[in-house]
Design a binder for this molecule. Structure first.
Ligand code: ATP
Ligand code: SF4
Length: 326
């Protein structure tokens, strides 16, 4: 069954202008998300994941410049139509971040916050109806006692409950695309698993598409239908989750996989890929992973590997994989 594409990102390049120069945070990034699909953006800190998410949500900071590219949401060029489209609630894209405490105003009860959003976006004015809707959304995110949560201030709730509240608020505008930027990073492992389960259930129940941003390939494997691996602002590899886990092609992806903690090995040392990310103000001419790659060759330093579909639905940017040698 072919599903409709809800989002197309084409050749997106984004710079940050800072005092001492220009940070080339995102370079030539292209990918798509289908209706009801969960796509994960994975990579170490500084790989440009959040910048891509913010660009799609129309929430880039003021010093960001979209140098090139298109963001097409439900068939419309989002960058040129951004202002017009903001008024249509059904076309909405919603973003949630890792720290729910920072998202919720501590001076208001949860009920007041969610009711305000419902009033504004769903254009409901009857207070009874607003309350009913709000409780419905709080129930949808599987909060055990929605009435109590409705009447609580954010500081009266646990981290896991707060993240559920934030997801309920996001859902209350009826988004077609939910961008979740490291939503489980601040939670312990049990709560993390519960929030991932919740997002998977919501995707199934509501058919909402999700762009899930994480530095943890293990988490991506649990939730993602498809995984996109980013490094230094570029896409290195993209495939369906099982394919990427069982047949990783790029040396960077293989390195990330080795960093996933093996929970059955007691006291195993947490691994990381040796070396540091390059200077984003002066990206290397060839492969940007060259200084950290154990398989680097002569060509890697001078020629940039292109992202090619080496296997069916499996793209990779590395000189180890040449189309003519398939
Ligand atoms: P993290 O997981 O640490 O958020 P990330 O993969 O999401 O990493 P981004 O946050 O998109 O990466 O950052 C990409 C690069 O852009 C980094 O080098 C970061 O320091 C830089 N950057 C991000 N925001 C700004 C900003 N407002 N001004 C200047 N540089 C920025
Ligand atoms: Fe390593 Fe070369 Fe592939 Fe880059 S292109 S990942 S340096 S083998």
């Amino acid at each position: 069954m072919t599903r409709q594409k809800i989002l197309q990102v084409e050749n997106l390049s984004i710079d940050y202008v800072v005092l001492d120069g220009i940070i080339k945070a995102v370079r030539n990034v292209s990918f798509t998300i289908d209706e009801g699909e969960v796509v994960c953006l994975v990579g170490e800190s500084g790989s440009g994941k959040t910048t891509v998410g913010l660009a799609i949500a129309g929430a880039l900071p003021e010093n960001a410049v979209i140098r090139e590219g298109k963001i097409i949401f439900r068939g419309r060029d989002f960058l040129s139509n951004r202002l017009k489209d903001k008024s249509t609630s059904e076309d909405r894209i919603m973003i949630i971040f890792q720290d729910p405490v920072a998202t919720l105003n501590p001076l208001f009860r949860v009920g007041e916050i969610i009711s305000d959003v419902i009033k504004h976006h769903l254009k409901i004015t009857n207070p009874g109806e607003i309350r009913e809707k709000a409780l419905e959304f709080l129930k949808a995110v599987e909060l055990p006692d929605p009435e109590r949560v409705f009447n609580s201030y954010p500081h009266e709730l646990s981290g896991g409950m707060l993240q559920r509240v934030v997801i309920a608020i996001a859902l209350s505008i009826n988004p077609r695309l939910l961008i979740a930027d490291e939503p489980t990073t601040m939670l312990d492992v049990t709560l993390q698993a519960q929030i991932l389960d919740l997002l998977i259930n919501l995707k199934k129940k509501l058919g909402v598409s999700i762009l899930f941003i994480t530095h943890n390939l293990g988490v991506a494997a649990e939730i993602g239908d498809r995984i996109i691996v980013m490094y230094g602002g570029e896409i290195f590899e993209e495939a369906r989750s099982e394919e990427l886990l069982y047949n990783p092609l790029h040396p960077y992806t293989r390195g990330l996989l080795e960093c996933i903690p093996k929970t059955h090995i007691k006291y195993s040392k947490l691994k990381s890929i040796p070396g540091m990310i390059f200077d984003l103000m002066n990206p290397p001419k060839g492969c940007t992973f060259v200084d950290r790659c154990t398989e680097a060759m002569e060509i890697c330093r001078n020629v940039k590997p292109q992202l090619v579909e080496f296997l069916k639905d499996h793209r990779v940017a590395c000189h180890l994989y040449r189309l003519e040698e398939r």
